[in-house]
Design a protein around this ligand. Structure first.
Ligand SMILES: [Zn+2]
Length: 102
């Protein structure tokens, strides 16, 4: 995670942090399941996370719509396909984990 995050505690920043922490969890689940059984992301998934973070931070829409409803489609097709796979793979597992920890 880059260390140049703003330190402001506005709602907008909190939303951003929340979104990023969700996407980060999803990418970790995906990478550990698909690529390697390690703590750290592989370079490909790290790259995807960096990209997602940048896109999310630079989003000009406020409030930001769900990506599938977004008129801009800021993700490049290559990354959009990757993130779609991550969501599909990790979505189920994520909710299972969440239920398990209740
Ligand atoms: Zn990976």
């Amino acid at each position: 995670m880059p260390s140049d995050k703003p330190t402001s505690s506005s709602d907008k920043v909190n939303d951003l942090d929340k979104d990023i922490s969700i996407i980060s969890s999803f990418i970790h689940i995906y990478c550990q399941g698909k690529h390697a059984d390690k703590e750290n992301l592989c370079p490909e998934c790290q790259d995807l996370l960096d990209y997602a973070y940048q896109r999310r931070r630079l989003c000009p829409l406020d409030p930001k719509p769900a990506c599938k409803n977004c008129p801009i489609h800021c993700y490049k097709p290559e990354y959009r396909e990757k993130i779609r796979q991550v969501m599909r793979y990790s979505g189920k597992r994520f909710y299972k984990l969440a239920l398990f920890h209740k």
